[in-house]
Design a protein around this ligand. Structure first.
Ligand code: TLP
Length: 348
């Protein structure tokens, strides 16, 4: 395999810095299944506070965080409303059906945003034949839509509808802090419109492992039981939680640089023949690259890029996703644009 020099596959690929490793080495630990790991406890309190919730739970992954939320909110046989391109529906290996025995009701969104009228229509009436609607899930920022921000006023409208119909809302906030940094709106404000919210440390924040799920105390107590059932009860997890605390202290404000680099990449690529960029999508740390070239589709271009040391994955037949993160510099972005130009200049 060719050597990857510029890794734009995902912000999950970041490696812990030496400073983060040094901080991990100092962490106090205990058995977290007994609730005795002081570092995990600090992280959970801090995450709850950040999101304005009563409590939080440290879990190994974003997928586990979302799936515990679904399990805790729903009953078998219920239906979960979501946007058709969301992570929970597309990239969690069918877990809602597997783990919670619920079915998903996907709605077509625009830039990841579900029209309120469509949600209203999707909520099931109280009828013997119909699956009861048990939960509504939203994603902010929205991954497959290109890292787009779910506008606060849209979440407010959705939350109002959900409250009137007595349906809980879960926010997949794997990249919520990207939305916070890009918009200047605090995490608490977004999370205030949801009953539960998940947040990942192993994406743009640069920690090696972990996610938190936040909600009210009763919800988190029940979620803790499901974490054990799902195999996510960890022991001296303070070593991992320390990395997350370090990330909260050092790697949040710098997300701005990732957003600037994504914009730089998009501005450079929109000039490249055979490539189309929807600049409305470029809001945080992702660029969706539409390949409209006589010689390449997204798969073959992705392979050609890799031969030149640039890694970026095809997300469908036409699009490649490029994600900026703390192991990608401005210079690397400039280099990546040059490589795209070199590959694409013939045959567009
Ligand atoms: N997303 C990954 C892949 O799974 C696609 C990525 O490279 O972007 N919610 C959202 C919005 C996510 O983007 C992801 C990961 C998750 C949840 C799941 O997190 P993990 O990978 O920790 O289970």
């Amino acid at each position: 395999m060719p050597k990857i020099l510029i890794d734009l596959r995902s912000d999950t690929v970041t490696k812990p810095s030496q400073a983060m490793r040094n901080f991990i080495a100092q962490a106090e630990v205990g058995d977290d299944v007994y609730g005795e790991d002081p570092t995990v406890n600090i992280l959970e309190e801090r995450a709850a506070d950040l999101m304005g919730k009563e409590a939080a739970l440290y879990v190994p992954s974003g997928t586990m965080s979302n799936q515990i939320a679904i399990k805790t909110h729903t009953q078998p046989g219920q239906e979960v409303i979501c946007e058709e391109n969301c992570h929970i529906f597309n990239y969690e290996a069918g877990a809602p059906a597997f783990l919670s025995q619920v079915q998903m009701k996907p709605i077509r969104g625009e830039y990841g945003v579900m029209p309120i009228s469509e949600i209203e229509e999707a909520i099931r009436a109280d009828n013997l034949h119909l699956p009861p609607t048990g939960l509504i899930c939203i994603e902010n920022t929205h991954n497959r839509a290109g890292g787009t921000i779910y506008p606060l006023e849209e979440i407010a409208k959705l939350a109002d509808l959900a409250a009137r119909r007595g349906i809980p809302v879960h926010l997949d906030g794997a990249r919520l802090l990207n939305a916070v940094v890009a918009s200047g709106i605090e995490a608490k404000e977004w999370a205030g419109f949801a009953d539960s919210v998940s947040l990942c440390f192993s994406k743009g924040l640069g920690a090696p492992v972990g996610s938190v799920l936040a909600g009210n105390r009763d919800f988190i107590n029940r979620a803790r039981k499901y974490r054990k059932i799902f195999g996510g009860g960890m022991r001296q997890a303070g070593l991992l939680a320390a990395a997350c605390l370090y990330a909260l202290d050092h790697n949040v404000n710098r997300l701005k640089e990732d957003h600037e680099n994504a914009r730089l990449l998009a501005d450079g690529l929109k000039m490249v023949p055979g490539i189309y960029i929807d600049m409305k999508q470029v809001q945080t740390n992702m660029v969706m690259i539409h390949v409209r070239h006589s010689r390449y589709n997204s798969e073959t271009l992705s392979k050609a890029l890799l031969r030149e040391g640039v890694a970026a994955n095809a997300v469908d037949a036409e699009r490649i996703r490029a994600v900026t993160h703390l192991d990608v510099s401005r210079e690397m972005i400039e280099q990546a644009v040059e490589i795209f130009l070199k590959i694409m200049k013939d045959g567009s």
